[in-house]
Design a protein around this ligand. Sequence first.
Ligand code: ATP
Ligand code: MG
Length: 171
Amino acid sequence: MLMVFTGNGKGKTTAAMGVALRAAGQGLKTLMIQFIKGSWHYGELDSAPMLGGAFEIRPMGRGFVKVGTEKPDPEDVRLVAEAWNAAVEAMLADTYDMLILDEVNYAIHYGMLSIDRVLTDLAARPERLHVICTGRNAHPRLIEAADLVSEIKEIKHPFHKGILAQRGIDY
Ligand code: ATP
Ligand code: MG
């Protein structure tokens, strides 16, 4: 299965982690590669090892990406390329049952990763490997290729009334 969790509401990454939690109970092994995260210490980095090797998380970003400029920062492009190489390596190694590409949609959307490359590599993955791509603005061609696509729509977010990220909910 190729799954995509997109949309501008909160819950894309946590939905993917929910699937990993469920899969662990079924004896499946998940790797989550985080394309953007890298600086903050998220709770899941400590809880994943509690599943005894069934859920591995690899933060490979630097926590944020500079946007607004015309071209993406070369350092961000380099980190994204590294993360994608790690994803391909994991696909070829065939040691995982599920691969979560957290915020990969974001990297594609901002032109840091080519959609052609993503689709070609995903098409060549082992048949048994489930993949979940998260992040806003999922590319139309990724949506087309996917078996399951869910869009999380924001109805309300506490951020808009000035409430900052909450421990255990956002990190
Ligand atoms: P989560 O990791 O909590 O499942 P997410 O993956 O859906 O969230 P991202 O776009 O990755 O959302 O953003 C992660 C952070 O931004 C989280 O702290 C989240 O609470 C916050 N966030 C998500 N959606 C919104 C929103 N619509 N407005 C403000 N902040 C948001
Ligand atoms: Mg996310």
